[in-house]
Design a protein around this ligand. Structure first.
Ligand code: GLU
Ligand code: ZN
Length: 504
């Protein structure tokens, strides 16, 4: 990558420094496309600026996080090709990169915050908090935490403890407005009444996301936090915590924040994790290419140029600029995703395409036995498939006629193609095909053309019954090349079988 193409690095780093970004999902289940878009933008930003991509696992929620989903997440990232410089499997100067293995660090930071007065124990019970919140609401006042335990005397604390109350650790928000420049949205100011003091450690001592996420960003020296818009509301309180960490010497500097736009699904609703359309595994199983899917996902909030949708990962990295990310919600459009993927399939060299289809030519996707697969036939038909399929899984139905003993039996296709006088047409076509040169698709085409003419049918109408007789389907790869590759004997036998069925 030429240095000239590298856009200037946004705050807080200046010339000569390299950014450190992070991708830090919770390992809950199979990743959704919104999360993949976040990973992609962080990765592209890091690669564009020759920075460092940190991959951290936020697995502090023991109830929801499983080893299996952790493995799944790593596997997904590897499949996508979004490599990381520090993180699981790679290690790095800030290891470990799994929060479940960093509990001592959080405990230590929480104690320092308490000791220095940036945080305080809060003894309020849930019922008390609820009652006071309802009262504040009724009076039209801000309904967040009211600061009740901010400045308890030592005697009051002792009394609460004597009552057997437990306490959470609550962070003390400063009493002034917080202003920051979002890399996507520009300047944002939040008034103190909108950001009440908030919990950072549970009564049982378990640290919360509100603490561990910024603490790790600080310890791992993250310079730019690029994440989904849903986290925008937590940014002012994280900035306040960051400032405390800087004053305590735990953090060097507050990172810059950029919030990526929402991804909208069907009916203009936010694409939710539970939406079937949102699951990365779905795209993998359908045979999206990682670069096709990533190319499409990069268009959710960003564009390389007007009127340009298709580009490689290298081009994306060279052009990516966080300043070009649009704050407006982006709509996930499956048709467009498929179109972009199809273009990437066309761009592969034939050999790569032929190999990439491997899984869809085997169980559990392919209905034929492994012994029935013929690599030579596959290699010959692959180039015709490459220019036609949208996703790699399309391949199975497109080539099954080559490997199945008999073509698939599809009632609807049969009825659609066997119109008029199919017996007369197929009988004539068979005679011409028998006499044709089977090493030349042109000769096979002329055979069907001539047969059609004899019955007053154009080529399109004449070839439909032949196609269904031989492949079982009304649509598929170019017919005459398909016939040539299947071979004379099998093709004619299938026409005979169709004639027998029509006679029966
Ligand atoms: N683990 C958090 C999440 O997945 C990360 C949030 C962040 O990027 O700050 O929502
Ligand atoms: Zn309290």
């Amino acid at each position: 990558m030429a240095n000239a193409s590298v856009s200037p690095l946004p705050a807080p780093l200046g010339e000569g420094s390299t950014p450190r970004v992070r991708f830090c999902p919770s390992p809950t289940g199979n990743p959704h496309v919104g999360l993949v878009r976040t990973a992609l933008f962080n990765w592209a930003f890091a690669r564009h600026h020759q920075g460092t991509m940190v991959f951290r696992i936020e697995d502090t929620d023991a109830a929801r996080d499983s080893e299996e989903s952790y493995e799944q997440l790593l596997d997904s990232m590897r499949w996508l090709g979004l490599d990381w410089d520090e993180g699981p499997g790679t290690g790095g100067p800030h290891a470990p990169y799994r929060q479940s293995q960093r509990m001592d660090l959080y405990k230590d930071v929480a104690e320092k915050l308490l000791a220095a007065g940036y945080a305080y124990p809060c003894y309020c019970t849930t019922e008390e908090l609820d009652t006071r919140r309802d009262a504040a609401r009724a009076a039209g006042k801000p309904s967040g935490y009211d600061g009740h335990c901010r400045d308890l005397s030592a005697g009051r604390k002792a009394a609460y403890e004597a009552e057997g109350r437990t306490s959470i650790v609550r962070f003390r928000m400063p009493d002034e407005a917080i202003t920051f420049t979002d890399l996507v949205r520009g300047e944002i100011t939040v008034q103190p009444e909108n950001v009440p003091d908030y919990g950072i450690v549970r009564a049982n001592g378990a640290p919360l996301y509100t603490l561990v996420n910024p603490v790790d960003d600080a310890l791992m020296e993250i310079t730019h936090v690029l994440r989904g818009e849903d986290l925008l509301s937590s940014t002012p309180r994280q900035i306040a915590l960051y400032r405390a960490l800087v004053e305590l010497g735990i953090a060097k500097d507050t990172p810059a924040f950029g919030h990526l736009p929402y991804v909208m699904g069907e009916g203009n609703k936010k694409l939710s994790k539970r939406d079937p359309q949102a699951s990365l595994n779905l795209y993998r199983e359908r045979g999206f290419l990682p670069e096709g899917l990533l190319n499409y996902l990069s268009l959710l909030g960003w564009s390389i140029a007007e009127d340009r949708d298709i580009f490689s990962m290298d081009e994306l990295v060279a052009a990516f600029d966080i300043a070009d990310v649009n704050a407006n919600p982006a709509r996930f459009d499956l048709k467009k995703a498929e179109h972009v993927n199809a273009e990437h399939i066309r761009m592969l060299d034939v050999k790569t395409f032929t190999e990439a289809c491997g899984p869809w030519l085997k169980a559990p996707f392919a209905p034929w036995a492994p012994e029935a697969f013929d690599a030579e036939k596959w290699t010959r038909i692959a180039p015709y498939a490459q220019t036609r399929v949208t996703v790699l899984s399309d391949i199975t139905d497109n080539v099954d006629f080559l490997f199945l003993d008999e073509p698939v039996d599809d009632e609807a296709s049969w009825t659609k193609a066997m119109k008029g006088d199919p017996v007369a047409l197929l009988t004539t076509a068979r005679a011409h095909l028998e006499a044709a040169d089977w090493s030349d698709p042109e000769s096979l085409k002329n055979a069907v053309l001539t047969a059609g003419e004899a019955h007053g049918l154009k080529l399109g109408k004449a070839q439909a019954p032949v196609r269904v007789a031989v492949t079982g389907r009304t649509v598929g790869l170019p017919l005459f090349e398909s016939l040539e590759i299947l071979g004379r004997e099998k093709s004619l036998a299938r026409v005979d079988a169709a004639l027998a069925k029509l006679a029966g």
